[in-house]
Design a protein around this ligand. Structure first.
Ligand code: PMT
Length: 423
């Protein structure tokens, strides 16, 4: 069975106005609360368009401005565009509408700092909280999107770059400034991106429908590592990207997510409970403890099928390593999970380099799972380590080819298919 290609929203669909760029279906900004912090740069006028477009998409936008931002654009502009009061002074006399802003830190689904000057980036990196924007940011658990815009030499300055890296490390998302003519008259990287691109990022971060709310899902990711001794091991090339994308997508759609991860170089996704394992035996123990009672298990982890027999506690001397290693078979974790009662929806991957479809069909039957996503890991640019993947879904109903796409988007396709199993 070959179904239609994954429909990619080209704008004008799914309730978005025509100017809205491609993101994907099933997205909405209706009911989302966005705090928009505007700092003082000429690009502040572009933040007006960002605010206006977010409002057009149905979001409730609350603007706070630094004092210097008001030199470029008046609060009245934002107030008119958002139909909400604008905060400039931290200790302003409360008006009747200021009640709206109490708890903005808690209510916001997303914080956007646009434009972000070198000054505000520096303050955030240093934890300085001396105005409404910086204070509220320290108090929020919402994702933060920062849109820097400044003179190109300021942008590439090591201190600014260090501050950006520091904030990225704690989960802030940064948009790259564009290269072009700058307001100062110079030319370089520092221009505020187009407001549409900023809105696109905002939608990508929080725009998914919360259609998995109330569901608990367990996702395994990355490789397992099977030690021979404290320094040597058997493993594979899994980077964890596929599993982490699945975890983040389920979180974005409102699910409670438990991510069980082998050793990878990825940051744990915010808002996801991440449990680290090394060996297949540890993965089995965690999966058997966490899977019962959940709604779905997706095994994207590349589990080593075999482990060296009899791990040495001390580093083996070279001469002591046999030319032929004795291996023992690891337990088939997903097959064990198929015995659970009640049984969650079970999803396996099949990493193959030949007879891909046939192998996936065999796995569907022998592992007792609902869906198998087969990827041909011999193809360049997909499978292990890449940002893209191309899979064929195999179920009792047949096979569905899903075209190549970023793992972040494929993860949503996979959750759509899982969701349809819940009925
Ligand atoms: O991590 P990335 O770099 O993003 O790469 C993604 C990926 C290629 C690792 C991923 O898309 C993928 O294919 N994961 C499964 C890899 C794998 O172990 O395939 P397999 O065909 O050997 O195993 C089939 C299924 O059984 C898998 O769901 C696996 O998790 C599970 N399994 C395997 C062995 C075992 N002992 N217990 C298991 O549960």
């Amino acid at each position: 069975m070959r179904r239609e290609r994954w429909p990619i929203d080209r704008g004008g669909k799914a309730g978005f106005p025509r100017w809205f760029p491609a993101i994907g279906p099933k997205m909405t900004m209706q009911g989302r609360t966005i705090a928009l912090g505007v700092s003082g740069g000429i690009a502040a006028y572009k933040a007006c368009e960002v605010a206006s477009k977010l409002v057009q998409l149905g979001a409730s936008v609350h603007v706070a401005m630094t004092r210097s931002a008001t030199e470029f654009v008046t609060p009245l502009t934002f107030r008119t565009l958002t139909q909400n009061p604008v905060i400039v002074h931290m200790f302003a006399e409360p008006k009747h509408w200021s009640v709206e802003h109490i708890g903005l830190a808690e209510r916001a689904d997303l914080f956007i700092i646009a434009p972000a000057t070198a000054n505000i980036i520096g303050k955030l990196a240093a934890g300085v909280a001396d105005d409404f924007i910086t204070t509220t940011l320290l108090a929020t658990a919402a994702p933060v999107l920062v849109v820097p815009a400044m003179h190109h030499r300021m942008y590439v300055h090591p201190i600014v770059q260090r501050n950006i890296v520091l904030l990225q490390e704690i989960g802030y998302r940064f948009m790259e400034p564009e290269t072009g003519r700058l307001a100062s008259g110079g030319y370089g990287k520092g221009r505020f991106p187009s407001p549409e691109k900023v809105v696109e990022q905002a939608v990508a971060l929080i725009g998914y429908e919360h259609d998995l709310t109330g569901r608990t899902v367990v996702v395994s990711a990355g490789p397992t590592v099977e030690p021979l001794d404290p320094v040597r091991f058997l493993s594979n090339r899994s980077s964890g990207k596929m599993g982490y994308a699945l975890a983040a997508a389920a979180r974005d759609r409102g699910a409670r997510v438990i991510l069980v991860s082998g050793p990878v170089g990825l940051r744990p996704p915010l808002g996801v409970e991440t449990v680290y394992i090394e060996t297949a035996a540890e993965l089995r123990r965690v999966m058997l403890a966490r899977a019962p009672g959940c709604d779905a298990v997706v095994m994207a982890a590349a589990v080593a099928d075999f482990a060296p027999k009899g791990r040495s506690e001390q580093k083996l001397k070279k001469q002591a390593i046999p030319a032929i290693l004795e291996l023992e078979e690891n337990p088939d974790i997903i097959r064990e999970l198929s015995q659970l009662q009640p049984r969650p929806v079970l999803v396996a991957f099949a990493a193959e380099t030949s007879s891909v479809l046939q192998a996936a069909r065999t796995k569907l039957e022998t592992k007792g799972v609902d869906l198998v996503f087969a990827n041909d890991v011999s193809q360049p640019g997909i499978g292990f380590g890449s940002d893209d993947n191309q899979v064929t879904m195999v179920s009792a109903a047949g096979a569905e080819e899903i075209p190549r796409m970023p793992k972040a988007r494929l993860a949503h396709v996979i959750w759509d298919r899982v969701k349809s199993r819940w009925g």
